[in-house]
Each structure stands twice: as structure tokens, then as C-alpha cells.
Design a protein around this ligand. Structure first.
Ligand SMILES: Cc1cc2nc3c(=O)[nH]c(=O)nc-3n(C[C@H](O)[C@H](O)[C@H](O)COP(=O)(O)O)c2cc1C
Length: 387
């Protein structure tokens, strides 16, 4: 077994073990992938201010996200088709999160259903909700979330239509994968993945198949989003969803301060500053660069979370220092899952936790909730380079 020291190591193993179609699905941004790239490189533009001879004993990364205790302020982001990266992937990721003490967010476009994940875990998880035209489906989705005791709903507002990711079209991405000469030849080299898939019945979109009506090809993500997603979504419609769900509500996919104010007016408990990991509007600002203006607009009125581009505990620390109360990892845990199943997700969380704790301490802090902007050295024009 190789020595795994960072999230990049997990990615290398994942690349070897997962079918090309699903690796490409995760490791893509839309169009030129500019935003996908800048999500990570912009974190590197920010430096940390090292301090010395400060008592570093008794460190704590414990915090709270939407009033819930977390072992560190890092949740697992909703990732569609997680159960194609590794058999029963959503259940494995949810279990790893539960044991670690961080929230797990199940995607609407998951392979394991809400009920499946609830049955195989013992603590409440969060449900991510895509906004579909079908009102009955939406009401039932919220009802199913309540019945499964989900402790928050995360409404994603940046995917009224799907951003184009070239590789998914070229690979003919679907769940289960369509059997072509190319896909079969590739899958035959992924023995561990194939054995896992043969051993599970969960190979379809578990929240959709049998629950939604009138979609021609429910195995295809692009057909699905084009036919079922609500292109006319607006804040009034989001207000209707707020009425369907009386529990904690998080609005995901905010990059502009004006939209942050709208989310506040809808009565959300938190927002996630996110550009969907660079998978939607190519050319949009990276999340970390967008964060300061959003903090200025709503930071004292609503809890602000951030995702997109986090690959290390240092990235988490930078987001927290800029005012985020919580963060999410997407690809970072998918790499772990595709590399080593549940143990790989745990490994990703352990790596990020250690990096967060050590970096925080070397910046002179022992309590993650007390970290502030003072630990950062930020280029003068970091957040107002453009008009
Ligand atoms: C493979 C993949 C699938 C995703 N599926 C969903 C989804 O179903 N719902 C959603 O709200 N966001 C989805 N996202 C976006 C993530 O929730 C999150 O915003 C993003 O992964 C954060 O960026 P990071 O991967 O750089 O950490 C997906 C991201 C990836 C990489």
C-alpha cells in the first residue's frame, strides 16, 4: 500500500481505479475550465502569516454549522453519481462523515436513495435539492427528506441548466454506464470497481427512478436536466420551496453579493458561496475571490459557507479566516472514495483535519472558531481587481 500524505495522492490512486467515464465526470469543469482551475490557484494567491512562541497546546477544530456540532467546519458536498465512483458510494461517504463527525450532503442525483442512506446510517444527513418543474416530485422529495430525518435541505440554485463539460458528452456519461466497445474495454481494466458494481443493486438514480414521471432516458444526466429541471426558477419559486421545508435551509451556488441578499430575504439559514466546482458558468469568479464582497454584504446577517477548489486544510483555514463559518469538499472526498471506498473518504477527512490543525497552530491559534483575517496575507487587489 502506498504512503498517502495528501489529497493529490488519493487522486492518483482514484484515477487508476475508477472507469475513465466517471473520473472524467468528476475531474472536469465547464468549457475551457478556467473557473475550475482558478478555484484552486486563487487559494494559492493567499499566504499565511506565521507566528512563533505562542502556546499551541490544547488545539480544537470543533465548531458549529447551522447550529449543529461539527468535528471541523468541513462538510461533504453533494456529488451526483457518487455511487458510480464506487459501489454504494453515497452510503460509504455518509458513514465516513458520520464517524468523523462532519455533515454529509446527499445529492438529488445520487445513486443510493434518501431511504437507503438513512437505513445505513445512524445520524441525520443533509439533502441537496435540485429545483425541478414537477411540483408533486418536489413536495414528495421534501416529505421523503422529513421522513428520513434529514437535518437540513440544501437548495442548489446555480443549475437551472447544465453547464457543458466536453468530456461527459464525448464519453456518453450515463448511470448505469452504456456498454460501448470503448467503455467496456476501459471497465474491464477496473477489476475492483467492477466486482463492487456486480455486488450491488444500486446502479440507477435512486431518488429519481420510480419517483419522477415523464423523462425519456433517466439514465442520462444531460437528458434529465434538460427535460426535468426548471429553467424558469426565480426567487418566488424558491420561496415556495421554503414553505415546503420548515427545517434548516441552505442556499447553494451564490457568487454575487446581490444574490446573497436575495437568499437572505427568502429566509435561508445559510448560503454556500460556490460556483459548483467550476462546472457551471465558465469564467465566473472563483469562490474564494468572491467571498470577501459577499461577507461585506451579508456576513453579519446570515451564516456564510464556501466550497469550490478546497483540496487541503490550508484552503479551509483561508476560507474561515475570510469569514466563512463552514466549508465543503467535493472532489477531495470523491478522490478518496474512488481510491479506497469508505476508508478513502476517512483518509481525505483525516488529511484535511491534520493540515487545518497544524496550519492553524503555526499561525498562532488553537481554536478554529477564533481564526480571523489577521492570519492572512492577501494581495491588495485580490477581491476588487475588476469593476
Ligand atoms: C462530480 C461532481 C458532481 C456534483 N454533483 C452535484 C450535485 O448533484 N448537486 C450539487 O448541488 N452540486 C454538485 N456538485 C458540486 C459540489 O457540490 C461542490 O459545489 C463542488 O464539488 C465543490 O468544488 P470542489 O469539487 O472543487 O470541492 C458536483 C461536483 C462534482 C465534482
Amino acid at each position: 500500500m502506498p504512503v498517502i500524505t495528501c489529497v493529490e495522492d488519493l487522486k492518483r490512486i482514484y484515477k487508476r481505479r475508477a472507469p475513465r467515464m466517471f473520473y472524467d465526470y468528476a475531474e472536469s469543469g465547464s468549457w475551457t475550465e478556467q473557473t475550475f482551475r482558478e478555484n484552486t490557484t486563487d487559494f494559492q494567491d493567499i499566504h499565511l502569516r506565521q507566528r512563533v512562541a505562542i502556546d499551541m497546546a490544547g488545539r480544537s477544530t470543533k465548531s458549529r454549522m447551522i447550529g449543529q456540532d461539527v468535528a471541523m467546519p468541513v462538510a461533504l458536498a453533494p456529488v451526483g453519481l457518487t455511487g458510480m465512483q464506487c459501489a454504494d458510494g453515497e452510503i460509504k461517504a455518509a458513514r465516513a462523515a458520520e464517524k468523523f463527525g462532519v455533515p454529509y450532503t446527499l445529492s438529488t442525483m445520487s445513486i443510493c436513495s434518501i431511504e437507503d442512506v438513512a437505513e445505513h446510517t445512524s445520524k441525520p444527513f443533509w439533502l441537496q435539492v435540485y429545483t425541478l418543474k414537477d411540483d408533486d416530485f418536489m413536495k414528495r422529495l421534501f416529505d421523503r427528506a422529513k421522513a428520513a430525518k434529514c437535518s437540513a435541505a440544501v437548495i442548489t440554485v446555480d443549475l437551472q441548466m447544465l453547464g457543458q463539460r466536453h468530456k461527459d458528452l464525448k464519453n456518453g456519461l450515463s448511470a448505469p454506464p452504456k456498454l460501448t466497445v470503448k467503455s467496456v474495454a476501459n471497465m474491464m481494466t477496473k477489476v475492483q470497481w467492477g466486482l463492487g458494481m456486480l455486488g450491488t443493486k444500486r446502479r440507477f438514480f435512486g431518488n429519481i427512478v420510480g419517483h419522477a414521471k415523464g423523462v425519456a432516458d433517466p439514465s442520462s444526466l444531460s437528458t434529465w436536466t434538460a427535460e426535468a429541471f426548471d429553467e424558469s426558477l426565480d426567487w418566488d419559486r424558491i420561496r415556495e420551496f421554503r414553505k415546503m421545508w420548515d427545517g434548516p435551509l441552505i442556499i447553494k451556488g451564490i457568487i454575487d453579493p446581490r444574490d446573497a441578499l436575495e437568499a437572505l430575504n427568502v429566509g435561508a439559514d445559510a448560503i454556500i458561496v460556490s460556483n459548483h466546482g467550476g462546472r457551471q458558468l465558465d469564467g465566473a469568479l472563483s469562490s474564494i475571490r468572491a467571498l470577501p464582497a459577499i461577507m461585506d454584504a451579508v456576513g453579519d446577517k446570515i451564516e456564510v459557507h464556501l466550497d469550490s477548489g478546497i483540496r487541503s486544510g490550508q484552503d479551509v483555514l483561508k476560507a474561515l479566516a475570510l469569514g466563512a463559518k463552514g466549508t465543503y469538499i467535493g472532489r477531495a472526498y470523491v478522490y478518496g472514495l474512488g481510491a479506497m471506498g469508505e476508508a478513502g473518504v476517512t483518509k481525505a477527512l483525516e488529511i484535511i483535519h491534520k493540515e487545518l490543525e497544524v496550519s492553524m497552530a503555526l499561525c498562532g491559534h488553537t481554536d478554529v472558531t477564533k481564526v480571523d483575517r489577521d492570519i492572512l496575507m492577501i494581495p491588495r487587489d485580490f477581491s476588487d481587481r475588476w469593476q
